[in-house]
Design a protein around this ligand. Structure first.
Ligand code: ATP
Ligand code: MG
Length: 252
């Protein structure tokens, strides 16, 4: 049975897709079989982030409707063994996926991987309710600002009320210089504010932006701060004890 982990946020643009892609690559790098499912119906991005957009012919709704088999729809990553993408339908026609359809889809994915990472759209609502119904855990991605953190707190309550009790916070785009000048929320306050236990921090890192635009997974830039952060988080996801990364103050 796979561990199903949704990557969620209250506010949009906090880094869910970058982190889903980064952590999925790192889990596969640790030797686990990983399916990373794009749950952002209509506005999918994960195929671009992984550089698999040309090859994502089918999507998970095609599998649900029987227009493709799961095997046909899964896109193996060329350079990362054990990693498959299952794309979202995209465009303005938004299919209404029921909980039963999602549950059946996840049951078939369950048999072929160890971790299923689900990249969510931002916010709460009926689709996140459906994703929650198939998720064992959640990673809540927030940036260190009041709006993002408050919305993360609300989304935590939404997921918890739907039975997802194992929820961890990822603080993304952390900039020590701003925190020191009291212009960004510090890590302890972010944990207090959201009421979510921290699983990791990801520094602000231009590698993420450059890689996203090239479809080049960040993890190939082994020494970048973001790649190191994703590796640390992936290790914590599988239960390893890894100290919180130190970001040199001069960097960002
Ligand atoms: N650690 C980081 N450092 C610098 N830029 C980052 C970092 N994480 C994400 N970004 C940038 O922030 C933008 C939003 O990231 P991303 O698309 O991953 O967010 P998202 O939460 O998935 O957005 P949406 O809510 O629209 O799905 C992108 O341009 C991405 O490159
Ligand atoms: Mg996204």
């Amino acid at each position: 049975m796979a561990v199903k982990i949704c990557v969620a946020s209250g506010k949009g643009g906090t880094g869910k897709t970058s982190i889903s892609s980064g952590i999925a690559c790192c889990l596969a790098g640790l030797g686990y079989r990983v399916v990373v499912l794009d749950g952002d119906i209509g506005l999918r991005n994960l195929d671009l982030a992984l550089g698999l957009n040309e090859r994502a012919i089918f999507d998970f709704y095609d599998v649900i409707l029987g227009r493709a088999t799961l095997k046909q729809a899964l896109v193996p990553h060329d350079n990362i063994e054990n990693l498959h993408l299952l794309a979202a339908p995209f465009g303005t026609e938004l299919p209404d996926v029921t909980k039963e359809q999602m549950s059946d889809l996840i049951a078939s994915i369950d048999e072929i991987c160890d971790y299923c990472i689900i990249d969510c759209p931002a916010g709460i609502g009926s689709w996140i309710d459906t994703i929650a119904s198939v998720s064992d855990r959640a990673l809540m991605v927030a940036t260190p600002d009041n709006t993002s953190l408050r919305d993360a707190g609300v989304t935590r309550k939404f997921l918890k009320a739907r039975g997802v009790s194992d929820i961890r916070l990822i603080l993304n785009r952390v900039r020590p210089k701003l925190i020191n000048k009291m212009n960004a929320v510090n890590i302890d306050d972010a944990i207090d504010f959201t009421g979510i236990q921290l699983i990791g921090i990801v520094p602000e890192d231009q590698t993420v932006i450059a890689c996203a635009n090239k479809g080049d997974p960040v993890v190939f830039h082994m020494n970048s701060y973001a790649a190191r952060a994703y590796r640390n988080i992936a290790r914590r996801v599988v239960g390893m004890r890894v100290p919180l990364m130190k970001i040199p103050r001069k960097t960002v």
